[in-house]
Design a protein around this ligand. Structure first.
Ligand SMILES: *Cc1c(COP(=O)(O)O)cnc(C)c1O
Length: 399
């Protein structure tokens, strides 16, 4: 099929919920994508932080093929070897005790919200069920996760939302402290707001939140759907803050290199909230997704990927700073590891994204002026050089 035919068919038959870029990638290798028209792109979007090991990493592909030939699905009525093994790897590398598996970031956050409420229910503080989240946050599109998302633009027209959520400005400790009541059960935060514009949490604020949670017996839920699985240079972003440990962490995007999966990590204590029948997912923890996740984690933990993220992240930021100095287009560079936001002075992000794509670089824009870079974690210096050169050309032409 030609690109035009694919676009026409999508527009005719697929519900109109995405404003799509008019290309149709059909093949991927590492950081490179080829579209239906034969054009090649350097992919610094990576499925929005999903293709952590790059496109079609041979170890991941091999594991998926092997598992697909053996068994795709059995149901959680039975024990699933790859699920047990994946839970062990995640627990041992995070310091958490147990894992619940689902299929997406929104589902992981739904499960975290349910777990937090149930925990208070079974530990007899039955009146505490309210959750505080941050303005500018993003936690997903299902109705609970959407309610947790502190951005009106995503919620408009979907009312009534779920009762029991309160929003506070991100990184403002006094505002947070002021809304904690006897009905609060949890605080839910991202460590770098991704969809909100790549805003990192202030370490002092985070320490304050952690203290507040201990003082009032609140659960701290950290949404690592985007920041997790090596994105920031440690397996989990929460590991970058000395002595910091949340009660619940949610994962998805990069966990299985592109096979749908979500996960909730929790402490033994918090797991008291769930017993048989309290939560479930038909596909959650299925053999295929768990095998893909095991292969992904094997690559990330054993092939030097975390060191690469630190090194390439620092190199990328250094190159972007040179660009900041040589063009007058950049207002701020933010982020950690390979989750980088470049805030432009002008609200022309969409035009920059299009111009970069025409020159063979895929990037993404959050809002109208923050360029977001979340490339595969296996990128090399030459990829960064090529990307920054294209971006530099585009920015100097537009300003
Ligand atoms: C993408 C994202 C989600 C939602 O994940 P889905 O898999 O699209 O449901 C939730 N939280 C954060 C921080 C995200 O970046």
């Amino acid at each position: 099929m030609k690109t035009g035919e694919i676009i026409a068919m999508t527009e005719k038959y697929v519900m109109n919920t995405y404003s799509r870029i008019p290309i149709a990638p059909v093949k991927g290798v590492g950081v490179r994508l080829t579209d239906a028209a034969g054009n090649e792109y350097l992919d610094f979007v990576a499925g929005i932080a999903v293709n952590s090991t790059g496109h079609c990493h041979p170890k991941v592909v091999e594991a998926i093929c092997r598992q697909a030939a053996d068994l795709l699905h059995v149901s959680n009525l039975y024990h699933v070897p790859a699920q047990a093994e994946l839970a062990q790897v995640l627990a041992e590398n995070s310091g958490f005790d147990k894992v619940f598996f689902c299929n997406s970031g929104a589902e992981a956050n739904e499960a975290a919200i349910k777990l937090a409420r149930r925990y208070f229910c079974v530990t007899s503080r039955t009146d505490a069920n309210e959750i505080i989240t941050a303005l500018g946050s993003f936690h997903g599109r299902t109705i609970g996760a959407l309610t947790a998302t502190g951005q009106a633009k995503y919620q408009e027209g979907f009312e009534p939302l779920v009762p029991g959520f309160t929003y506070v400005p991100f990184n403002d400790f006094e505002a947070l402290e002021a809304v904690v009541t006897g009905k609060t059960c949890a605080i839910m935060l991202e460590l770098i707001q991704g969809e909100g514009g790549v805003y990192p949490v202030d370490p002092e604020y985070l320490a304050g939140v952690s203290r507040l949670c201990k003082e009032f017996g609140l659960l701290l839920i950290i949404d690592e759907v985007q920041t997790g699985i090596g994105r920031t240079g440690t397996l989990f972003a929460f590991q970058q803050y000395a002595g910091f440990k949340p009660d619940i962490v949610t994962l998805a995007k990069g966990l299985a290199s592109g096979v749908p999966i979500g996960a909730v990590l929790a402490t033994e204590e918090v797991c008291k909230g769930f017993g048989p029948g309290r939560h479930a997912s038909t596909f959650g923890g299925n053999p295929l997704a768990c095998t893909a996740a095991l292969a992904t984690l094997d690559v990330i933990l054993n092939d030097g990927v975390l060191d690469n993220v630190k090194e390439m992240g620092a190199y990328f930021v250094q190159k972007l700073r040179e660009l900041e100095a040589s063009t007058s287009a950049i207002a701020e560079i933010r982020g950690c590891g390979l989750m980088i936001g470049v805030e432009l002075k002008e609200p022309n992000g969409t035009a920059v994204v299009s111009a970069c794509r025409d020159k063979g670089l895929l990037i993404n824009c959050v809002g109208d002026k923050v360029l977001r870079f979340v490339p595969p974690l296996i990128i090399e210096k030459a990829d960064v050089d090529a990307a920054v050169q294209i971006l530099g050309n585009v920015l100097s032409k537009m300003h």
